[in-house]
Design a protein around this ligand. Structure first.
Ligand code: ADP
Length: 519
């Protein structure tokens, strides 16, 4: 690994302190353990930061960039650094300085009429939720599974939630970006000084660049517009249980047309029995033997807690009459799957808050219940995720499921997984849950996810997101025309960031300055 020579690095740190103040610079020791990946699928020191710098303004970022360029110090930008299961706040290249933007935490605008907000990187979903409530607006945000992270970090990582605004990248409109040379760019209508349409029309005039800064290392995003969902009159949370493991094919085939024509407005989540059970119980209660949980045990567990082998949740929004019509149509379709059970679904007014994390996030309330899964295995629990895109067909879902279930079982892991369906794609997420104090299981989880990504690549399924450990592998699978896409990205990277200071290795994008030998 090639960090700058120690003398230069010290000079860079002194210069950073001059810009942001002593309290806003952490040395490598001070940065531990907060900036080590808490869920690392291996030795967390492989992704260890050398320092942390916390600017509080765009001007400070520009000054930090000048220093980084002068001393060739790599900076790893995070908004709040809560990207757990994919690396947390840790950098891909060990020795990078984390540029932590959490102090830039202003909600710059909330427009109730046009239903959007403009935020800085440090604004968490909780912050925005509280502000929407405090101002008495009738707007909902769409929280990701863990609501403590930032709107900007999650949106840039193309995270998702479960309302009808669940596709976060699609709900982003307008960005301010600081380029490696310090230039400040506003995208879309934001490029026009007199315009007030920055958060309502994405493209602007001419080429559009917003997506170029998502999952990338081409700039530092300092402002971002996010569309918010107008509060509906009311809602209905729907839940189905399906008895057989083999029902997955029919579930997906039934769901697809209902999602494609918007009869189901929210994202729809299909969860395996283990994933559901892990939210409400511990594994020991059902099984404490070697290897993955046997099929008969999963069946017995599902019966005991009154869930299916597959469980489907979604939410309907709007006036009662409309919601009831949607429910009836949906129910007729799913009732054709043998033994499908529809749970009682009361219609509720928008102000009537549900209990339970999954349900609450479907009505725009952030929470942390997603971490209940850590109780499943206990100990210093962690997880690392396999996250391929799955086309919404029964055949693809079944193929991916069986591939993952069988491979996971070889490594002694349960199939903790599920599919979140948007209109034309599903995120298939499998989590390998392990105890970090057990190094053999930690390494097994790491190897399992790597093997799954290889399996998926061979079958033509790409990752939508991945842990630092697998970014090179996942990127290498996007190989059309001898990796033409990466050649294009590298051309842009070299032009925009000739010293290669911004997030080297992010998403498998390595600036020329960090050749293989230098990493
Ligand atoms: P969270 O919102 O979950 O805390 P992070 O702050 O950890 O998310 O960000 C997730 C990833 O997104 C980071 O590792 C980084 O690669 C990228 N990222 C986050 N914020 C920015 C930003 N402001 N500009 C550019 N990239 C960013």
């Amino acid at each position: 690994m090639a960090t700058p020579p120690p003398r230069d690095f010290k000079s860079a740190l002194t210069a950073f302190i001059d810009i942001v103040g002593r309290a806003a610079v952490l040395s490598s020791n001070e940065a531990q353990p907060a900036y080590l990946d808490p869920f690392a699928p291996g030795d967390a020191r492989m992704w260890q930061a050398s320092a942390v710098v916390m600017p509080s303004s765009v001007e400070q970022i520009r000054a930090v960039l000048q220093v980084a360029n002068r001393f060739k110090v790599p900076l790893w930008s995070v908004s709040t650094g809560r990207n757990f299961a994919y690396g947390g706040a840790a950098p891909r290249l060990a020795g990078s300085v984390v540029l932590d933007l959490q102090r830039m935490n202003r909600i710059l605008e909330i427009d109730e009429k046009l239903a959007y907000a403009l935020v800085e990187p440090g604004v968490s979903y909780y912050d925005l939720y509280r502000e929407l409530k405090a101002r008495g607006t009738r707007l909902w945000l769409d929280p990701p599974a863990a609501g403590w992270g930032s709107v900007i970090g999650n949106t840039l990582e193309r995270g998702y939630g479960t309302t009808s605004y669940g596709d976060h990248a699609a709900m982003q409109c307008g960005m301010e970006v600081v380029l490696a040379n310090g230039d400040v760019v506003r995208t879309g209508m934001g490029a026009m000084n007199a315009s007030r349409d920055w958060q309502v029309f994405k493209p602007g005039f001419g080429p559009s660049y917003d997506t170029m800064f998502a999952q990338s290392n081409l700039g530092i995003v300092t402002k971002l517009g996010v569309w918010l969902m107008p509060e509906p009159e009311g809602y209905m949370i729907a839940r189905y249980a399906f008895e057989r493991d083999t029902d997955l094919e029919r579930i997906v085939e039934t769901l697809r047309p209902l999602k494609l024509d918007d009869t189901i407005q929210s994202s729809a989540v299909i969860e395996s029995a283990v994933r559901w059970a892990a939210g409400v119980s511990t594994r020991k209660r059902w099984y404490d033997g070697p290897g993955a949980m046997p099929e008969a045990t999963i069946d017995a567990m599902a019966r005991d807690i009154d869930i299916g082998r597959w469980n489907l949740r979604f939410c309907l929004y709007g006036p009662r009459e409309l919601v009831n019509v949607r429910r009836d149509i949906i129910h007729r379709r799913f009732a054709s799957i043998a033994d499908a059970r529809l749970f009682d679904m009361p219609y509720r007014d928008a102000s009537d808050e549900p209990t339970g994390g999954g349900d609450r996030s479907q009505v725009g309330i952030p929470g942390l219940d997603a971490f209940n899964m850590l109780n499943w295995r206990g100990g210093s629990s962690a997880h690392v995720d396999f996250s391929p895109i799955c086309p919404p067909t029964g055949a693809d879902a079944t193929k991916q499921y069986m591939m993952v279930r069988d491979r996971a079982a070889q490594f002694g892991f349960d199939y903790y997984g599920g599919f979140t369906a948007e209109r034309r794609h599903m995120h298939h997420i499998f989590a390998a849950i392990f105890d970090r104090d057990d190094s053999a299981r930690t390494n097994a989880a790491g190897t399992l996810v790597r093997t799954l990504i290889e399996d998926a690549g061979q079958a033509g399924y790409g990752q939508y997101r991945t842990h630092l450990a697998y970014m090179d592998l996942a990127a290498s699978q996007y190989d059309f025309n001898d990796h033409a896409l990466m050649r294009l990205t590298n051309t842009l990277k070299t032009a925009l960031d000739p010293n290669g200071i911004l997030s080297p290795g992010k998403q498998g994008i390595w600036p020329a300055a960090w050749s293989k030998d230098a990493r």
